[in-house]
Design a binder for this molecule. Structure first.
Ligand code: 5GP
Ligand code: MN
Length: 332
């Protein structure tokens, strides 16, 4: 591969490449409730390192494993949902803005790896770990991985190109977010040339939804309120029980609500445990929910951010809705 797209100013690229070359065993982990970019990063980097040097041991792990809509990616069968044994020369965390986001597998990996590479694209990244490949202008963590592989002058096989394009497509909602720039499409072009089908990835991710997840939408639609530019929905444990769901993932309900013309921001409150609430926020172009997420102990991007709070769902609603109204009514 040529290295024309490689950012050459970041000394950490060289350190990362050296740490990877020196390690005989590498653990890669990603964030809780993984999305297309999390799993795309895990498998894109994992498959690349496995093909680079088959003698290295490359382990991949994420709490709760891979969501079923991403089962089409090569290597999903090698992803471990739990780690109880093993030690590695190097751990690489991908698409996680802080250590807590890497869950139990991340905690286990940190305790059993002397060096940690923190590879991410969240502006809210806490800069944990020893080597930082944190590029907030990257649209996805898979873009950072593309640059890393490019800086190592690696050829990209299709089993790497497909997961990398999956992260690019899902985190940009199909190249529609405001951070999508010509270079994003240039990288997508390179990945398509390497064998990734944009049509297949789009169909399997953005255009896919389990009927049971849709049943959860039907269940919670009566909770939807639009007030002062803020549209919100509430998902309680009782709603999950009513439709027989165990997974609090909302399958993009906040993104769907953010389409509503009269709303500037959208939020879904999810009761993840009794007394614990996670929020998923979306902002229209020109509005920014990242700062609010960060102030609540979470993180994300201007247009999509979230947090998990140890407080009951109604208390979180009372606290957060006024703050969102201020954002919705601020100057775009
Ligand atoms: P989603 O609303 O799709 O779950 O997440 C949108 C964005 O917010 C993602 O970039 C994700 O990383 C971030 N995010 C969501 N929930 C949390 C959280 O509990 N903590 C942190 N740090 N970030 C979150
Ligand atoms: Mn991401």
């Amino acid at each position: 591969m040529t290295s024309t797209l490689t950012p050459t100013t970041n000394p950490h690229w060289i350190g990362a490449a050296q740490a990877i070359a020196a390690a005989d065993s590498i653990l890669i982990v990603t964030h809780l409730h993984p999305d297309g970019d999390a799993i795309g990063s895990l498998l894109g980097l994992g498959n690349a390192l496995r093909s680079l040097d088959p003698s290295k041991r490359i382990d991949l792990a994420v709490d709760e494993g891979v969501p079923s809509f991403l089962n089409f990616l090569t290597g999903v069968d090698t992803v471990q949902p739990v780690l109880t044994e093993g030690a590695w020369d190097l751990m690489i965390s991908v698409d996680a803005s802080d250590e807590a986001r890497t869950g139990l597998v991340g905690a286990y990996g940190r305790a059993h790896s002397p060096v940690v590479i923190n590879l991410d694209h969240h502006i809210s990244n806490t800069m944990f770990g020893n080597i930082h490949l944190v590029i907030p202008t990257a649209v996805s963590a898979t873009e950072v991985i593309f640059d890393l592989l490019d800086s190592m002058q690696l050829t990209i096989p299709s089993e790497v190109a497909i997961p990398l394009l999956t992260g690019l497509v899902t985190d940009t909602l199909g190249f529609r977010t405001s951070n999508t720039v010509p270079r994003t499409l240039e990288i997508a072009m390179r990945l398509m040339q390497a064998g990734a089908s944009l049509r297949e990835i789009t169909a399997r991710t953005l255009e896919s939804m389990e009927y049971n997840a849709f049943n959860l939408w039907k269940q919670v639609f009566p909770s939807v309120i639009l007030e002062d530019g803020v549209i919100s929905a509430v998902v309680r444990l009782s709603d999950l029980a009513a439709v027989g769901a165990t997974d609090p993932t909302d399958s993009g309900l906040s993104s769907f609500l953010a389409k509503i013309n009269e709303a500037q921001v959208a939020i879904v409150f999810k009761e993840t445990l009794e007394g614990q609430t996670s929020i998923s926020m979306r902002a229209k172009y020109g509005y920014d929910v990242a700062g609010l997420a960060l102030s609540l102990g979470g993180g994300g991007h201007k247009q999509a951010a979230g947090a998990t709070l140890d407080a009951p769902i109604d208390q979180v609603r009372a606290q957060v809705i006024p703050l969102l109204k201020a954002i919705a009514n601020g100057t775009p």
